[in-house]
Design a protein around this ligand. Structure first.
Ligand SMILES: Nc1ncnc2c1ncn2[C@@H]1O[C@H](COP(=O)(O)OP(=O)(O)O)[C@@H](O)[C@H]1O
Ligand SMILES: [Mg+2]
Length: 247
């Protein structure tokens, strides 16, 4: 089983859109996939119109009082299951401080290997204890970035955190999202990305109204606009990830 995370310190950069669409691409290519919505705001869960199960409590999970399997629901799509966000995920950091250790998340996800070949984490925008756990456990961490200088700054902050915690930097891969080729800065970033942005995935996710419309359809973009540039971009991105993950 492979574990990947979509993470960025910043919100609104396309973490959830990427997690949902890549989860769809993976499942559609026949890989049993689980998408875990770790953001208490619950955007990924919302795209699948799934409510959190009533007994899904992060506190219980962290204290070892509930097996992770209890938190899983169906997504409504073949080969794709979901752990919906739960308001109690808000306290996960506190719980991890109290009861957890740096490898807590790793031990929670281990039993999932029986049923899934790929687990995808949609992360909240922070550099918390939870993030530390995620970075310790994930095979790859994908970092969506809007091509702006502020994003370079966030990337540098992330790199500093990773270095500080003694984590392996090579597992972190940025990629550009919300790319608007009408903007000169975006074109410049694509043609000549800043030196600090290393191990970037090729290609990019364009700014696309079809991606915004996912909220209207409550579906991954490939299901309601299969021939759109957005759907194609996610498919190409997934092919790269698949190779990296050897899936
Ligand atoms: N490539 C894109 N093109 C257009 N809109 C996008 C794109 N990616 C994300 N969005 C929109 O931007 C907003 C933030 O995206 P989201 O994936 O929720 O970000 P995050 O999870 O990083 O906070 C959402 O309204 C989403 O629909
Ligand atoms: Mg999100």
């Amino acid at each position: 089983m492979k574990l990947i995370a979509f993470h960025n310190i910043k919100g609104g950069v396309g973490k959830t859109a990427s997690a949902v669409n890549i989860a769809y691409q993976a499942s559609a290519s026949g890989i049993p996939t689980l998408l875990w919505d770790l953001d208490p705001q619950g955007a990924a869960s919302w795209y699948f119109s799934r409510q959190a199960p009533s007994d899904a409590k992060a506190a219980k999970l962290v204290k070892g009082k509930t097996p992770i399997g209890r938190l899983i629901t169906e997504s409504g799509l073949p080969q794709l299951d979901l752990i919906p966000s739960d308001v109690s995920f808000r306290n996960m950091d506190l719980q991890l401080e109290k009861h957890g250790h740096a490898n807590a998340l790793q031990s929670w996800v281990e039993p999932l290997a029986e049923d899934y070949a790929l687990v995808i984490l949609d992360c909240p925008p922070s550099l918390s204890r939870l993030a530390e756990n995620i970075f310790a456990a994930a095979d790859r961490i994908y970092v969506p970035m809007i091509p702006t200088w502020l994003s370079v700054n966030s990337w540098e902050q992330l790199q500093a955190f990773v270095k500080d915690k003694g984590l392996d930097r090579k597992r972190f891969h940025p990629f550009f999202t919300l790319v608007d080729r009408r903007k000169r800065l975006h074109r410049e970033f694509l043609e000549k990305p800043p030196e600090d942005i290393k191990r970037r995935l090729a290609g990019y996710i364009p700014y696309a109204s079809d991606i915004e419309r996912m909220g209207e359809y409550r579906q991954p973009v490939a299901l309601f606009a299969p021939r759109s540039p957005a759907a194609l971009a996610y498919r190409l991105m997934w092919e790269q990830m698949r190779k990296q993950l050897k899936l």
